[in-house]
Each structure stands twice: as C-alpha cells, then as structure tokens.
Ligand binder design. Structure first.
Ligand code: GRF
Length: 197
C-alpha cells in the first residue's frame, strides 16, 4: 500500500547510514512515508549506489559546478519537481541551504544533527562535546530553518559520555541512536504528529 504515504526525498553528501535507516524503516507496510528519491551534492557520495541497490531513484549535482548557492538549488529544485516530495529529509547533507529554499519548505524539511541541540552546532560536534566535558551527549532531529542546526526539535536521544571516549567512540554510540530516532521522527512528521509553521 503506497496510497496515502507521504513522499520523501533524502539529501545526502556521504556514506548515507541514516539514509539507509530511513529506507529500511520505510519498507514496513504501515510506515507512513515512502522514499521517492535520494539526491547528493557530489557524484562520489557512497550512499548513492546503496540507494540505487534498493531500487530507489538517485540523482546528483556537483555543487562546485554551480557559481552560486542559488544556481545549485535551482538544479536541485528541478530534480525535486520530478520526484514531487512532500517532505525533504537531510541526512548528512553538508551544504548550507539558502533562506529562500528553507522558507519554501518550512515545516516539510527536517535534519538530523549529532548533538543535543542547541549544544554543539556545526562540525565536529563529538569533539566539541568532549572538549566541554559534558557527561551526556546525543542527537537531535529538527525542522530546518535558515540558521544552521537551529529550528524546532522533533526528537532527541541521549547517550552517556564514558571515560576514555574519543570523538570516534562517541560518534559510534550516537550514530546507533540516530538510526533509531530518525525513522521515528520522520514518521511523526509524515503523520502530522509533529508540525512547524
Ligand atoms: C551523521 O552523524 C549525521 O547526524 C550528521 O552527519 C553524519 C552523517 O552520517 N549530520 P551518514 O551519512 O548518515 O552515515
């Protein structure tokens, strides 16, 4: 049954393990969304062939081929016109989107960030957490707004910071939680249980 399911486009830049978690979750007959396409901003994103193996449409546009963010987003917009997503899920997508783009998709674009936002925005969030000496760290799924890693939280998960943790060991513990809460948060948005704007 795909009738009534929300159409979701996933945007990635790299290995796409969160993308895979969403694709796997969406296999369940009662999951309220289906993945209609995976887009990357670089040709070598490892997640692209993984999505293709699942039989999902893929596309990439190398952002360096475009002189401006707006030009790149117009190209992305052309792909989205074909896929007609109801929701965009950013999953390790390493491009900052323009306020025009995020305004157009407000309430229909979500992101996962590996920290307990509003703590540790931006890159190297695990190293930031360790440098701060926090005892708890985690991940956040949130609606996307123009500010980077801002926007209302949909779900968060917490993990302990353990003695001897490195950014890598901490990242691994957080990633397992990312894979658990991202499908849950997407389902909430698809069902209208989480709304913004
Ligand atoms: C994840 O930790 C995600 O939270 C962050 O970038 C990483 C992407 O990993 N934004 P993957 O591509 O989903 O495996």
């Amino acid at each position: 049954m795909t009738e009534g399911k929300k159409r979701v486009a996933i945007l990635i830049s790299g290995r796409g393990s969160n993308m895979s978690a969403l694709i796997e979750a969406a296999k369940a007959p009662d999951y309220p969304a289906r993945i209609v396409g995976v887009f990357a901003n670089r040709p070598d994103a490892a997640g692209l062939p993984i999505a293709a193996n699942y039989g999902i449409a893929t596309a990439w546009r190398w952002h360096k081929d475009y002189p401006s963010r707006t030009g790149f987003e117009l190209a992305l917009g052309d792909v989205l016109k074909l896929w007609r997503p109801d929701i965009i899920a950013l999953a390790g997508f390493m491009r900052i989107l323009t306020p025009e783009f995020t305004a157009k998709w407000q309430g229909r674009i979500i992101n996962i960030h590996p920290s307990l936002l509003p703590l540790h925005r931006g890159l190297h969030s695990h190293a930031q957490a360790l440098a701060d000496g926090v005892t708890e760290h985690g991940c956040t799924v949130h609606f996307v707004t123009p500010g980077m890693d801002e926007g209302p939280t949909i779900l968060q998960a917490r993990v302990p910071v353990l003695p001897g943790d490195t950014p890598e060991t901490l990242a691994e513990r957080v990633l397992a939680e990312e894979h658990r809460i991202y499908p849950e948060a997407l389902a909430m948005v698809a069902r209208g249980e989480a709304r913004f704007g």
